[in-house]
Design a protein around this ligand. Structure first.
Ligand SMILES: Cc1cc2nc3c(=O)[nH]c(=O)nc-3n(C[C@H](O)[C@H](O)[C@H](O)COP(=O)(O)O)c2cc1C
Length: 233
């Protein structure tokens, strides 16, 4: 079994809440894994050139090309992204947009696989976790668990956090806020979040060990996607 972990944060691993949670999920699956950080990679969004429709291989030449094989070979995914403007940050969005290449003709390269979606935000990580679940659904991948945590907004360390009127410290703690070390959110210090990440990893590992019928997962995800369309019509 191969699990591919993707950290969509643009921060260094030592300061990224997404990295902490994705690692924690992976460490609890009891499987070996490959962990890739998107930080520093150049990945454009899908350009709708349709170069991939014949062979399910994206023709855009950037840093996604070298990751294609890892994506295809993985049995499961643990993908995490920071909350930027209540959605995925750009590089993670571009990364999953380009999975369009797998959605043509037989299109069964990713169908029926399993995943965990992770999100971290200065207020909440729920939005990116939900967005990732949606992208998984488009590829008929089942999200077995979602993990969301609160991370440190840059406003705590930018130098203007105590006086900035639109920064997160003022929004969360009110005007005149005095920033202290213990008020800076850190997912590693949130027992419930860390437990949820560990539990998500255990669940993913259990599902992989039990074995699953990719075709029935695919059918269930197709139905879920269709009902999502019906409800949004
Ligand atoms: C451009 C930008 C936009 C952001 N927008 C939001 C937002 O809308 N909501 C939120 O909760 N956090 C927002 N944040 C804060 C990040 O989600 C937060 O810093 C998070 O901890 C980043 O995760 P990381 O440490 O793994 O990179 C934003 C940060 C940046 C740089």
């Amino acid at each position: 079994m191969k699990i591919l972990g993707i950290v969509g944060s643009t921060r260094k691993s030592e300061t990224s809440g997404v990295h902490t949670l994705v690692r924690t999920v992976l460490d609890h699956t009891r499987y070996e894994y490959d962990l890739v950080a998107l930080r520093g990679k150049t990945i454009s969004g899908c350009i709708a050139c349709l170069g991939c429709v014949k062979d399910n291989i994206c023709k855009v030449k950037d840093d996604l090309a070298e990751l294609r094989e890892k994506i295809v070979e993985a049995d499961a995914y643990v993908i995490g992204a920071p909350n930027y403007y209540s959605t995925l940050n750009a590089v993670t969005h571009a990364f999953v947009e380009r999975w369009f290449q797998f959605r043509h003709q037989e299109g069964n390269l990713l169908w029926g696989k399993l995943a965990v979606a992770v999100g971290v935000g200065g207020t909440s990580g729920t939005y990116p976790a939900n967005e990732l679940e949606k992208f998984f659904l488009y590829n008929f991948i089942e999200t077995v668990a979602k993990v969301a945590g609160q991370g440190a907004a840059s406003c705590y360390s930018c130098g203007y956090g105590e006086t900035c009127k639109v920064g997160i410290p003022t929004l969360l703690h009110g005007p005149g806020v005095k920033i202290t070390e213990d008020m800076i959110p850190d997912v590693a210090k949130q027992p419930q979040t860390m437990q949820a990440a560990a539990e998500a990893g255990r669940l993913l590992g259990k599902r992989l060990r039990e074995g699953h019928d990719r075709m029935s997962v695919t059918q269930a995800m197709q139905q879920k996607l269709m009902s999502m369309f019906e409800h949004s019509a």
